[in-house]
Every structure is written in structure tokens, then in C-alpha cells.
Ligand binder design. Structure first.
Ligand code: C2E
Ligand code: CA
Ligand code: CA
Ligand code: CA
Length: 277
């Protein structure tokens, strides 16, 4: 038993070392990825539950690594957040998404809005507000068609400081959304002071619809929708994969939804194929 314990310990040790080494390598690689054009933006449709129309697309970052292939943002965004890379990557993201969506809106007269993710570290960056302003100015995207998503946990780190940045962003005319709502234990009292337009219900609650214990998931969603609507917020449900979830979300008065059932994240070209000529 003793030797088994030890070998298991050594196994974990090797595994840990390999994980740390991979992270260090990836951090270096990520620096090159921005310059090298290995990053690209995928877009997932956001659908109005009443009209079934795509009202917006969410920009989600993708990294095609030259040797490791596709690396998930769940892995590389936290890495970037540990260094200043997140600001470089965030600039790339804002520039690319506003350009890609503004040009497609113009080419086919679409009113599809754009929503993108901001990380906690970007909120601390003094250059954020001018960067957003510049992206809007350069692309001519009307400010009201851009929404910035910030996770509940990023907002709750320092709600007062976050509130100031959000107000400055709001003054540009952009919309603001709280992302992954329900996972960060924030209270209504902390939220209602923030200048928010939209609340996105975390997909863990949506996944509870149609499963054992679903009545609890549905009760929680009902509560969130009621609260959000009383605050004047639009509610989006994330991670919708089944028709049953769509039905229940409609009954629960949820406004919009996104998820694999409506469309997976895809390139701008796949989502809006080039017009002939
Ligand atoms: P998120 O903002 O909550 O994005 C939704 C995630 O759920 C995406 O994962 C999306 O592909 C996935 N998803 C969409 N529909 C479904 C579904 O029906 N079922 C399931 N199981 N999953 C679904 P993705 O693209 O891997 O992104 C993960 C997270 O990485 C995002 O979570 C966001 O927090 C972060 N992220 C992605 N792109 C960016 C970015 O450009 N900047 C920053 N700061 N963070 C980003
Ligand atoms: Ca998001
Ligand atoms: Ca989310
Ligand atoms: Ca998430």
C-alpha cells in the first residue's frame, strides 16, 4: 500500500509539472498567436424567443495552435488574464468583431447586433473605454448595436470600481450585460445600482430543465426572470440544447436564448456567407 501511495504521489507530481509546463509554453505561444493570425472569432446566434429571429451574435474567441490544434478559451483566456496579454487579446477581439459585423451589416442591410465578452482584467485597464470608442468610430457601428458582457464574478470582485467603468462605457451608448448570472452569489441589492441592460442566465440552470429536479431549476429561472424584468433587464438563457428547454423558457417569460439548438458558434463567413459578386 505504501509503494502504491508513493507511486500515485509521483504520478500526480509528474502530471502537475506537465500541466505547469504546458501553461508556460502556451503563454509564450499566445503572445505569438496574436501577431501570427492564429486567433479568430466565432459567432453564435442569439434568438428572440417570441419571433424566433436572430437578434444578435455573440463573439467567442478561437485559437488554432500550430501543433496543439484547437485550444479552448476556457484554457487560454485565464492564462491571458494572468499576464497583460488579456489587453492585447481584448483589443484584437474588439477590433475584429466590430469590423466583421459592421461590414456584414452594411453589405446586406442587417440589424443584427454584436455582443462580446470582457474579462475582469480588461475592466481595470484605463485604455478600455477609448478602445471601445475607437472601434465604434472606425467601423461606424452604432453604439446601441454593441453589447459588452461581463461575468457576474468579475463585477462582484469590486462592484464600486466596476460601476464606474460601466457608467463610462454606458456613456458611449453601448449596452451592458451581466454574464453567467446565478453562479456568483451576488444579491439584488448589489446589482440594481449597476447600469445594466441585459442578464444572461448561466447554462447550468438551463441544463436543469427536463432533468430530475427540474422543478427547482425552473423555479430558479422563474425567480431570476421576474427579478430581472422588474429591474428593466432583457433576459437571455444560455446553453439551450433541446426543444423542451425552448418551450419551458418561453413559458417562463425569458426574452432571448442561445445554444446549440439554435446554432453553434461559427465563423463570420459561415454565418453570413459572402454575397455573389
Ligand atoms: P460564455 O461567455 O459563457 O460563452 C458561452 C460558452 O458556451 C461558449 O463556450 C459556447 O460555445 C458555449 N455554448 C454555447 N451554446 C452551448 C450549448 O448549447 N451547450 C453547451 N454545453 N455549451 C454551449 P466557449 O466558446 O468555449 O467559451 C467559453 C468561455 O470563454 C466564454 O463563456 C467566455 O467566458 C470566455 N470567452 C470566449 N471568448 C472570449 C473573448 O473574446 N474574451 C473573453 N474575455 N472571454 C472569452
Ligand atoms: Ca458570454
Ligand atoms: Ca455565459
Ligand atoms: Ca461561462
Amino acid at each position: 500500500a505504501k509503494t502504491r501511495g508513493r507511486s500515485r504521489y509521483e504520478f500526480f507530481d509528474v502530471e502537475l509539472r506537465e500541466r505547469v509546463q504546458r501553461q508556460l509554453r502556451l503563454e509564450q505561444d499566445l503572445r505569438e498567436a496574436v501577431v501570427d493570425g492564429q486567433l479568430w472569432m466565432a459567432y453564435q446566434p442569439v434568438v428572440d424567443l417570441r419571433t424566433c429571429r436572430t437578434v444578435a451574435v455573440e463573439g467567442l474567441m478561437r485559437w488554432h495552435h500550430p501543433t496543439h490544434g484547437a485550444i479552448s478559451p476556457v484554457e487560454f483566456i485565464p492564462l491571458a488574464e494572468e499576464s497583460d496579454l488579456i489587453n492585447l487579446i481584448g483589443d484584437y477581439m474588439l477590433r475584429t468583431t466590430t469590423e466583421e459585423i459592421a461590414s456584414r451589416r452594411a453589405a446586406r442591410d442587417l440589424d443584427t447586433r454584436l455582443t462580446v465578452n470582457l474579462s475582469a482584467r480588461q475592466l481595470d485597464d484605463a485604455a478600455l473605454v477609448p478602445t471601445v470608442e475607437e472601434a465604434l468610430r472606425r467601423t461606424g457601428l452604432p453604439p446601441r448595436t454593441l453589447c459588452l458582457e461581463i461575468t457576474e464574478s468579475a463585477l462582484m470582485r469590486d462592484p464600486e470600481a466596476a460601476g464606474e467603468v460601466l457608467s463610462a462605457l454606458r456613456a458611449l451608448g453601448v449596452r451592458l450585460a451581466i454574464d453567467d448570472f446565478g453562479t456568483g452569489y451576488s444579491s439584488l441589492a448589489q446589482l440594481w445600482r449597476l447600469p445594466l441592460d441585459t442578464l444572461k442566465i448561466d447554462r447550468s440552470f438551463v441544463a436543469g430543465i427536463g432533468r430530475p429536479g427540474k422543478s427547482e431549476a425552473e423555479a430558479i429561472i422563474r425567480g431570476i426572470v421576474t427579478m430581472a424584468h422588474s429591474m428593466g433587464l432583457t433576459v437571455i438563457a444560455e446553453g439551450v440544447e433541446t426543444d423542451e428547454q425552448i418551450e419551458v423558457l418561453r413559458e417562463l417569460n425569458c426574452d432571448q436564448a442561445q445554444g446549440y439548438r439554435f446554432g453553434k458558434p461559427m465563423s463570420a463567413e459561415e454565418l453570413f456567407p459572402s454575397l455573389p459578386g
